[in-house]
Design a protein around this ligand. Structure first.
Ligand code: IPM
Ligand code: MN
Length: 360
């Protein structure tokens, strides 16, 4: 099979971690007889430096021509980077929001798994962490507060800022369907998270999710208020299978979920539209403080490449091979600094990529 893959190396540690993911993909290609065709796409600060904007129309067009896009990370340090002197619509993050919208990537899948080998890094009490957890946050990605109308006005010397949270029935239905579909293939449980005790958009969310649930009798549905969910994630994360939620809640809860795994450097993500196309990126940011030092953890990006093989190319066996290789390397005790613990062997970003590629 020939795989047409767009590569957004991006900013900070982005180029280093994408390089390792490509190394692993190349090994997969060799072993399973595929060819990979990579096309570089500029986005974020890297694009600002060349074109003055975080994502050009040409870059969007190129992305659309690919079957999938693998991304590192974008953005810099807002306190020191000149990119943050620009108006908000020209900053690196605007490129990410634009590509999500232009490619209609409404379903963001963020798995949060406690690896048994890394259980020691979990910040929760042992009585909680020993139960393990394996959840997937299904975050709506192209609606809600992120894309509603916003404005800042001044009247009689008083400045007012407005952001709007909008959802249509259809936007809720399509993400709910994705949530139930995936839950049916996992542990069969959806926790739909909203703020229906306050927000109209959440009341609509709940109504539509209930309607969709009727078509999935094999999946158990529960509703949970977002504040309670934030609490439950640290109290009893093992209760969750699929958390289905809107854009902003999903942004916040997915950071929390990743933190309780103790290793944000391990978490992959996929942003999908209604076709097979997807954008695959680690859940972590661009870590400008450690950029260029060859010490970043490439595993989240490598696991994102595995998600890409699975969701965009239906190469389940190849995806499993990557996941198993990661697990083996962890079993062997190799660790980057962020997940280092006593008795393990500290390796660099590129060494970690080498080890994983060798296990394919
Ligand atoms: C994420 C990030 C983005 C978001 C930022 C960089 C705009 O935090 O992917 O979670 O808020 O969606
Ligand atoms: Mn976020």
């Amino acid at each position: 099979m020939n795989l047409k893959i767009g590569c957004i190396s991006g900013d900070g540690i982005g180029p280093e971690i994408v390089k390792e993911a490509v190394k692993v993909l190349e090994q997969v290609a060799k072993k399973y007889g595929h060819t990979m065709e990579y096309t570089q796409i500029l986005m974020g600060g890297a694009s600002i430096d060349v074109h003055g904007v975080p994502l050009t129309e040409d870059a969007v067009k190129t992305a659309k021509e690919q079957e999938a896009v693998l991304m590192g990370s974008i953005g810099g340090d807002p306190n020191t980077s000149p990119w943050y002197q620009l108006e908000p619509s020209k900053r690196p993050e605007a490129g990410l929001l634009k590509i999500r919208k232009e490619l209609n990537l409404f379903a963001n899948l963020r798995p949060a798994v406690l690896y048994p080998q890394l259980a020691g890094a979990c910040p929760l009490k042992e009585e909680i962490s020993k139960k393990g957890f394996d959840m997937l946050i299904m975050r709506e990605l192209t609606g809600g507060l992120y894309f509603g109308e916003r404005k800042t006005t001044e009247e009689n010397g008083v400045v007012t800022a407005v952001d709007t949270l909008v959802y249509t029935e259809e936007e809720i239905r399509r993400i709910a369907i994705k949530g139930f579909e995936i839950a049916a293939k996992r542990k069969g449980k959806v926790t739909s998270v909203d703020k229906a005790n306050v927000l109209d958009s959440s009341r609509l969310w709940r109504k539509v999710v209930n309607e969709v649930a009727v078509n999935y009798p094999q999946v158990t549905l529960e509703h949970m208020l977002v504040d309670n969910c934030a609490m439950q994630l640290v109290k009893d994360p093992a209760q969750f299978d699929v958390i289905l939620t809107e854009n902003m809640f999903g942004d916040i809860l997915s950071d929390e979920a990743s933190m309780v795994t103790g290793s944000i450097g391990m978490l992959a993500s996929a942003s999908l539209n209604d076709s097979k196309f997807g954008l695959y990126e680690p859940s972590h940011g661009s870590a400008p403080d450690i950029a260029g030092k060859n010490i970043a953890n490439p595993i989240a990006t490598i696991l994102s490449a595995a998600m890409m093989l699975k969701y965009s190319f239906d190469l389940d066996q190849e995806a499993a091979a990557i996941e198993e290789a990661v697990s083996k390397v962890l079993d062997q005790g190799y660790r980057t600094g962020d997940i280092m613990s006593e008795g393990c062997t500290l390796v660099s970003c590129s060494e970690m990529g080498d080890r994983i590629a060798e296990e394919i």
